[in-house]
Design a binder for this molecule. Structure first.
Ligand SMILES: Cc1cc2nc3c(=O)[nH]c(=O)nc-3n(C[C@H](O)[C@H](O)[C@H](O)COP(=O)(O)OP(=O)(O)OC[C@H]3O[C@@H](n4cnc5c(N)ncnc54)[C@H](O)[C@@H]3O)c2cc1C
Length: 443
């Protein structure tokens, strides 16, 4: 069995490791166009914020460690064509610029995603960055070491925009966060939650909502950001306006995709082309609540689907159970987590729903550190089965989302939360946890 994998980060590396464990005799070769493998981009905002100094801490395994396990990784090799009929691929060796072919029994496309750069005038000026890979992180960190670079504009109020804002403020930079929509985290959280996050953001940075960046000014280096409302000085700009699948490689194949190029797969990770599988940020995942294929580019899905597909590449018969899009972030002193559908997503999915909102405290008042927490739960109007939930507040808010994810995964009804045996001890919760209360008062 000869397995070829394109891309050596979360999805590709997980798949390779699992495939080798299932079939130690399989030939497994990964082609990776960068010189870095098994990289955890999730650490980048904290690397930039000086939570740690060694960028190699974001790398799980080196090519040499993979080689010891019998997995060959060819870095600085870009796959430039796939021929599904002949079951071969064409590769360009980036160092020598030579091209050659390789064949496969099974192929995994794990080419990930790339930042979306809106059509902004002069976006190629120096000190304008996106944040995706280690070199982006190193370049931003290097630019930040110049103390004169004090005015930073972050474009985009999604997860990465907010996480990097927190890190930059901690470095004593003046941060302006510009968001096109009327609120931050618009795809992940409902307004009741984003309002709290925005209040916190406003205490630490200059938040501009409903403002459109049009371009940049500067000679070689950026000096100003131009929006539809004003012109702001900027020494560094970070564009964090979402990602799109790296579909260039496969766009001319007859692969079924979503409109953004995300590959549609079945529960085994197979595409509609024989012996070609896909995983990670280049695929659409099955959403367990909306029961539709959805683009949710997260490490959680990339690792899990990668593992399932790795097993199947080597002869297994494993199924990916789907996603709830469970995710969380910290924004200064607020934690926020979400899982399943938001109210907006329930509307889009045409699911009849009800909501319950509870404002409570994270734990007992006589233990230091008591803070407010808000929970919003969405449930089916007729069956009362949980559809989604979000929490925001102080310590303990984000991890409660995992309890909700478990309940949604198990198709539990909102009412079952009322008597759920959640833990109680004064430093962690109150005798009736916020999720107990939500279950108890849901109409
Ligand atoms: C700043 C930041 C913070 C994040 N935080 C979180 C978080 O807290 N939680 C979470 O769940 N997720 C988080 N994510 C998302 C997570 O990092 C991604 O979901 C994950 O990295 C996806 O892995 P992947 O293997 O699918 O793709 P990628 O990491 O994009 O890797 C794909 C690889 O394929 C290679 N490649 C592409 N085309 C070719 C080709 N033609 N030939 C050869 N190689 C090719 C690329 O060079 C790349 O190395 C974060 C992402 C970023 C950028």
């Amino acid at each position: 069995m000869k397995i070829i994998i394109i891309g050596a980060q979360a999805a590709g590396a997980s798949a390779a490791a699992k495939a080798k464990r299932r079939d130690p005799n399989a030939t497994i070769r990964i082609y990776e166009k960068s010189d870095i493998v098994s990289f955890g981009a999730c650490g980048l905002p904290y690397f930039i914020g000086n939570h740690f100094g060694d960028e190699n801490e974001m790398i799980s395994r080196t090519p040499e460690q993979f080689a010891k396990d019998g997995i060959e990784i060819k870095t600085l090799h870009e796959v430039i064509a796939i021929d599904p009929k002949l079951k071969k691929i064409t590769i360009r060796d980036i160092k020598s610029n030579n091209c050659f072919d390789d064949d496969y029994d099974k192929l995994l496309i794990a080419v990930g995603a790339t930042p979306i750069i809106p059509p902004l005038e002069n976006h190629q000026l120096e000190n304008i960055f996106t944040l995706r890979n280690m070199y982006d992180g190193l370049a931003i960190k290097n630019a930040l070491t110049n103390r004169q670079n004090s005015n930073i504009v972050v474009i985009g109020g999604g997860y990465i925009g907010l996480e990097i804002t927190e890190s930059l403020v901690a470095l004593n930079k003046n941060v302006k966060l510009i968001q096109l929509d009327e609120r931050v985290l618009v795809d992940a959280f409902d307004p009741e939650l984003t309002q709290i996050i925005e209040e916190t953001l406003k205490q630490h940075c200059d938040l501009h909502l409903q403002e459109r960046v049009q371009g940049f000014e500067g000679d070689h280096k950026v000096t100003h950001v131009i929006t539809n409302k004003a012109k702001y000085p900027a020494d560094i700009v970070i564009i964090a306006t979402g990602v799109k699948p790296n579909s260039e490689l496969y766009k001319d194949l007859d692969l079924e995709t979503l409109s953004n190029g995300a590959i549609v797969i079945d529960s085994y990770g197979k595409t509609n082309i024989a012996d070609i599988y896909a995983a990670g940020d280049c695929v659409a995942l099955y959403h367990r609540v909306s029961q539709s294929m959805t683009y949710i580019p997260l490490a959680t899905g990339a690792n899990k689907l990668g593992k399932v597909v790795g097993d199947n590449l080597a002869g297994g018969n494993n199924q990916f159970p789907g996603t709830l899009g469970t995710s969380a972030l910290r924004v200064f002193d607020i934690e926020a987590g979400r899982t399943g559908l938001t109210e907006q997503q329930a509307i889009q999915a045409a699911i009849p729903y009800k909501t319950v909102i509870v404002k409570d405290k994270n734990h007992s008042n006589y233990v230091a550190g008591q803070t407010s927490v808000i929970a919003k739960l969405i449930y089916h109007a007729e069956t009362r089965v949980l559809l989604g939930g979000q929490l925001a507040g102080g310590s303990g808010a984000a991890l409660r989302t995992n309890s909700l994810a478990t309940a949604i995964w198990a198709n539990m009804k909102i009412d079952e939360l009322a008597m759920m045996d959640f833990l109680y001890a004064p430093p962690f919760s109150r005798p009736w946890d916020i999720l107990n209360i939500a279950g108890g008062i849901a109409k």
